[in-house]
Design a protein around this ligand. Structure first.
Ligand code: GLN
Length: 192
């Protein structure tokens, strides 16, 4: 069984760990390049993207994560989505630029900056209702041609993929339902 890495420099990596533990997956909390290279895929968790950005550089993981993503699945949630986005249109931060989307940070407005609401997912040809937990969430403003939207909150894309990269603006690790993590595991297992 492949090991799934969770970037553990900052943020809610422990919640992802709990979710993967419940699915019986081998998990490695990743803080170094050597640990990254033991993994079949990587989750970049939610937290604070400005801090994540600085810590990735400080730990010399910036280029290694970009290289890792060329042939391994990488899943970014919330601040992780910000880190993987190509362009940030609001409150810019240096990002890894691995998925062709434009993202606005903290873009759901002050009063409703954190909320739980139903989102609609389309995974493996099935439409599913899912509880979306949004915490000072980034908003995906636009997707490039190569990006496949997989989930929506009203008209906003909240889950999307492009090749190896999967991103969610909500926190699937805070819901009880493992379907989004299972989708990511399937991506990892498809790679020989
Ligand atoms: N607001 C945070 C940021 O801009 C993201 C919040 C989160 O990951 N829950 O980095």
């Amino acid at each position: 069984m492949k090991t799934v890495g969770i970037l553990a420099l900052q943020g809610d990596f422990d919640k992802h760990q709990k979710m993967l533990d419940s699915l019986g997956v081998n998990v490695l909390l990743v803080k170094t390049v050597a640990e990254l290279l033991k993994c079949g895929g990587l989750i970049v968790p939610g937290g604070e993207s400005t801090t994540l950005s600085l810590l990735l550089k400080k730990h010399d993981m910036w280029k290694p994560v970009i290289e890792f993503a060329q042939d391994h699945p990488v899943f970014g949630t919330c601040a992780g989505l910000i880190m993987l986005s190509k362009t940030i249109t609001r409150e810019p931060v240096d990002t890894l630029g691995l998925i062709d989307i434009e993202t606005a940070r903290n873009a759901y407005g002050r009063q409703v900056d954190s909320f739980i609401d139903d989102v609609r997912l389309e995974l493996n040809g099935k439409t599913e209702k899912y509880e979306g937990v949004f915490i000072r969430a980034p908003r995906i403003v636009s997707c490039g041609n190569g990006v496949k939207p997989l989930g929506w909150h009203n008209d906003n894309v909240v889950l999307a993929e492009q090749g190896n990269i999967l991103v969610a603006s909500f926190h699937p690790e805070l819901s009880d339902d493992p379907m989004v993590h299972q989708y990511f595991l399937d991506k990892i297992n498809q790679i020989l």
